[in-house]
Design a protein around this ligand. Structure first.
Ligand code: HEC
Ligand code: HEC
Length: 381
């Protein structure tokens, strides 16, 4: 019985393997990675001219896309290759995208992210969409990088994140590595006209890709496009959206209405429609006596991955709302909007329903197009 079984198994596996052989295509060898990336950069997606909805006009006033390095289709494509390339970490294990995952809204699910050697970052990873709609252009929570160009090579040189720090040869060691990969010289040639690979060229390309990541197709955007009057910039925000349920519309009303008019005052800082921070905003009172001024990434896709604030200390949107409701602490960096007239930290006195409605509204900022658009995805796949 056993012997018969194994004999049959043997026959079946013979048949199976010969089937597989027959199905193996005999055509030309698989295109090389170099050919694949070169072909793609020669027919790049549209990064330079996003098809913004009309209600985005106020956000466009805060665009930090610089005249000396505007987003171009080929430049952003090269930036995307660099962003997804694990060769940018010293031991080839992680890329920018390891901590900035498209499906997680370009952050990750961890409170602190894991670097090339298992070490943890000191702060929480930031979402990246709509980063261009922040006029001061500063990057990182504490705003220590002047713009995306300056930011772009800092994680590479970080001893915990990607490991090309000075003891490992720094960016010179990385340039040498990229020069020896067959796909980079021709990609740089496509963008810059010569195949030279330099730090400035890398910075510019990565910055272009970062600025190409935009979000304007959430349910919020769909609704706003109905109520916005192009002749009156900023109009229609507090009109009920036809595609929202009652809770979402109530949450939206609380979000956009200033505190002295009975709202929660969020929009004074995290401004619709790009939901990036107003450039003049100070801190939001997480710690008593805080002297540092922090920025926030755009709230687009905020509900996709938890771990909120610079150190990811708040696990959920419930905790975020409760912070603004009752948790603000006094300090030199606290924004005046969060200080009550009697000079104590602002308290919102929200009802349970208010809190639920605000969360329902924040969930309408999820933009599935941005989270799945192939033009932001891994070009190596
Ligand atoms: C190991 C995880 C990790 C890697 C790898 C990583 N980042 Fe980050 N990124 C973070 C963290 C954490 C922060 C917040 C750090 C801070 O503020 O100090 C951040 C912040 C940023 C910001 C600031 C966003 C803003 O609105 O201010 C940008 C842009 C960014 N990263 C792009 C990149 C690029 C480009 C790369 C690759 C060259 C990269 N990151 C690699 C974890 C990572
Ligand atoms: C005075 C300006 C100001 C107001 C008003 C304000 N915020 Fe913030 N918000 C900030 C700042 C600054 C940060 C970044 C704080 C940090 O991490 O140190 C932030 C962070 C956040 C974050 C975390 C973002 C992330 O990526 O982790 C969320 C969510 C948020 N705010 C939602 C709201 C909501 C909802 C309201 C209204 C109830 C609101 N904010 C009101 C300034 C403000």
């Amino acid at each position: 019985m056993n012997k018969l079984f194994y004999f049959l198994l043997f026959i079946v596996s013979l048949l199976f393997s010969s089937c597989q052989k027959n199905s193996t295509p005999l055509e030309q060898p698989k295109a090389s990675l170099k050919d694949k990336l070169l072909e793609a950069i020669q027919n790049p997606p549209n990064y330079a001219n996003p098809n913004y909805p009309t209600h985005f006009v106020t956000a466009l006033n805060t665009d930090n896309n610089p005249t000396d390095n505007p987003v171009t289709d080929k430049g952003a494509y090269l930036g995307r290759v660099l962003f997804y390339d694990t060769q940018l970490s010293i031991n080839n294990t992680i890329s920018c995208a390891s901590c900035h995952k498209q499906e997680d809204g370009f952050t990750d699910q961890n409170v602190f992210s894991i670097g090339f050697d298992g070490g943890l970052t000191g702060m929480h990873s930031m979402r990246l969409a709509n980063g261009r709609f922040y006029a001061p252009a500063f990057q990182f929570w504490d705003r220590r990088a002047a713009n995306q160009e300056e930011q772009s090579v800092m994680p590479i040189q970080d001893a915990i994140e990607m490991g090309f720090d000075s003891t490992a040869g720094g960016l010179d060691a990385l340039l040498l590595r990229l020069e020896n990969l067959d796909y980079y010289p021709p990609l740089f040639h496509e963008v810059y006209g010569t195949s030279e690979i330099s730090v400035i060229r890398m910075e510019k390309a990565i910055a272009q890709f970062l600025r190409s990541i935009v979000s304007f197709e959430s349910r919020f955007d769909e609704g706003y496009e109905f109520t916005f009057n192009p002749n009156l910039p900023g109009s229609g925000l507090d009109t009920d959206f036809p595609n929202f349920n009652e809770s979402e519309n109530r949450g939206k009303h609380l979000y956009v209405t200033p505190v002295h008019l009975g709202g929660a005052g969020c929009n004074a800082c995290h401004q619709a429609p790009a939901f990036t921070l107003d450039g003049i905003v100070k801190s939001n009172g997480l710690d008593a006596n805080e002297t540092r001024i922090f920025k926030s990434p755009s709230l687009s896709n905020v509900a996709v991955a938890g771990g909120y604030m610079h150190d990811g200390r708040l696990a959920s949107l419930e905790e975020v709302i409760e912070h603004y409701n009752s948790g603000i602490k006094m300090g030199p960096a606290l924004d005046p909007l969060l200080i009550a007239p009697n000079n104590t930290p602002l308290k919102l006195n929200l009802t349970d329903r208010d809190k639920q409605d605000l969360i329902a509204f924040l969930m309408t900022l999820t933009d599935n197009t941005c989270l799945s658009d192939p033009k932001y995805s891994d070009p190596f796949l």
